[in-house]
Design a protein around this ligand. Structure first.
Ligand SMILES: Nc1nc2c(ncn2[C@@H]2O[C@H](COP(=O)(O)OP(=O)(O)O)[C@@H](O)[C@H]2O)c(=O)[nH]1
Ligand SMILES: [Mg+2]
Length: 450
């Protein structure tokens, strides 16, 4: 008999209410043993008292719900107890459940894994569930909710179904070469494959928006020492993440903080000021700053408005994904500074759209608006199903590759084999083939109780 699993499904620690879930063939027995009642009406909350099944002591009073399979989250018989959210209460109830023969604590993600095994959800939907649990911003939540609802899996299933039909036609041609099949069958098959291949290519050509939304857009704050990078970081984070000092070269390590920028997930990265230095530690900081800039999706180049045009290292950093900010606008520009600014290269004047003062707050709102819309453009949050994991991308690259090679296959048998490979690659994304080795990859990120 399958194990019956149980776990605390709400967050651990002290809380108003704790939800403990049970799933498996012994769920009904656990319900009856702990509540000393017979099974209630399905899916109706009942106020019950819970007792230890062996020692008989009162454990807690709370709500109990009975979800007979297959109409449950896991597809199996399930029970939910809503307890008082105390650490001792939860521990006592879990301990009592463990005394029932055949029941054991659940592994991380095991409830959702059961749901997958029972055919209630596919792998992309399971991934949507974990993304929903991890979502920290509204845009992440919407994307996860769509995926958990099957939008992505449905797209891949439709492609898979189309390929299976194409493959069936193709095999008919192979199996009955002498039959009177319409001459244009092969041409039509090739056209169908080309159309499908185009759709896959377009889907892949997404600038990794879904993955970026899932992981957060990385924004590196870079620039010369003392320009106010750490000050800007702290202001955006609304707390003192990085040390601010008038001593140039203070920031040596890369400092990260997560931010909700108008509903969009962002990871801000503060870096060491870029300059030539003989100090070995600072030089390592500069190396890491360059690395952080390379690995970021967006760069914010902070310059002191009084400094003359940024040349050399600074100029190299400016690309289409760079927002240039001139800071310290509260300070008077000296005559020398004005002359220097006027002589600074045009690219700098053009890009330096934001003149701000972190100190007085002048220009900050416009800058934050600009940054937010740059991030939004980058994510281009849409309602279309979108790739959210490297796993999906790798499988789709395989699909595109074998579809292309099927069209130039030297033998019809090889073309058919390519199409079969494409069907399998699509099936791998949703979990309809090659399942076993995939399961651990998908479910290991889950928490216990889900
Ligand atoms: N006057 C003025 N000083 C600023 C402004 N922003 C930062 N500073 C000062 O400039 C110095 C360097 O700032 P910091 O954030 O450590 O620069 P970083 O080296 O680029 O990280 C500190 O003394 C800050 O207080 C500003 O807008 N106006
Ligand atoms: Mg700094």
């Amino acid at each position: 008999m399958r194990d019956t699993i149980f776990a605390l499904s709400s967050a651990p620690g002290r809380a108003g209410i704790a939800v403990v879930r049970v799933s498996g063939p012994k769920a009904a027995e656990i319900y009856c043993a702990l509540t000393r009642r017979t099974l209630p009406e399905a899916r109706v909350a009942l106020l019950v008292r819970l007792f230890d099944p062996v020692e008989g002591g009162l454990l807690d009073e709370g709500l109990a719900l009975w979800f007979p399979g297959p109409r449950s989250y896991t597809g199996e018989d399930s029970v939910e107890f809503h307890l008082h959210g105390g650490v001792a209460v939860v521990a006592a109830v879990l301990e009592s459940m463990g005394r029932i023969e055949g029941a054991r604590p659940a592994e991380p993600g095991e409830f959702t894994r059961c749901a997958f095994m029972a055919g209630k959800i596919d792998l992309t939907e399971a991934e949507g569930v974990i993304d929903l649990i991890d979502a920290e911003t509204s845009a992440q939540r919407r994307q996860a909710l769509r995926q958990a609802g099957g939008a992505l899996g449905n797209l891949y299933d439709r492609w898979r179904d189309r390929l299976v039909v194409i493959l069936a036609h193709y095999e008919a041609v192979l199996d009955f070469p002498d039959e009177d099949l319409p001459d244009d069958v092969v041409a039509r098959i090739n056209k169908d494959i080309a159309v499908l291949s185009d759709e896959v290519t377009q889907h892949l050509d997404d600038k990794r928006r879904g993955e970026r939304l899932r992981n957060g857009v990385r924004i590196a704050i870079i620039g010369p020492p003392n320009a106010g990078k750490s000050s800007l970081m702290n202001m955006l984070a609304q707390r003192d993440v990085a040390i601010v000092s008038e001593t140039a070269g203070t920031t040596r390590d890369v400092i990260e903080t997560h931010l909700d920028l108008g509903g969009l997930p962002v990871t801000l990265v503060d870096t060491a000021g870029l300059r030539e230095t003989v100090d070995a530690v600072e030089a390592e900081g500069v190396r890491r700053a360059h690395l952080a800039a390379d690995q970021s999706d967006l760069k914010v180049l902070v310059l002191d408005q009084r400094a003359s045009g940024a040349e050399g290292q600074m100029r190299e950093q400016i690309d289409a994904e760079t927002i240039v900010v001139l800071n310290k606008s509260d300070l008077e520009l000296g005559a020398m500074d004005v002359a220097a600014y006027n002589q600074s290269p045009n690219y700098l004047k053009a890009l330096g759209r934001y003149r701000i003062s972190v100190k007085t707050g002048v220009g900050i709102d416009q800058f934050i608006d600009g940054l937010t819309s740059a991030v939004r453009d980058m994510l281009d949050v849409t309602d279309a199903p979108i790739i959210t994991r490297a796993r999906h991308r790798a499988a789709l690259e395989d699909v595109r590759h074998v579809l292309t090679s099927s069209q130039s296959a030297p033998l019809p048998e090889l073309a058919a084999e390519d199409m079969r490979l494409a069907v399998r690659a699509l099936g791998r994304i949703t979990g309809s083939v090659d399942v076993e080795d995939l399961l651990d990859v998908v479910f290991r990120d889950f928490c216990i109780g889900k």
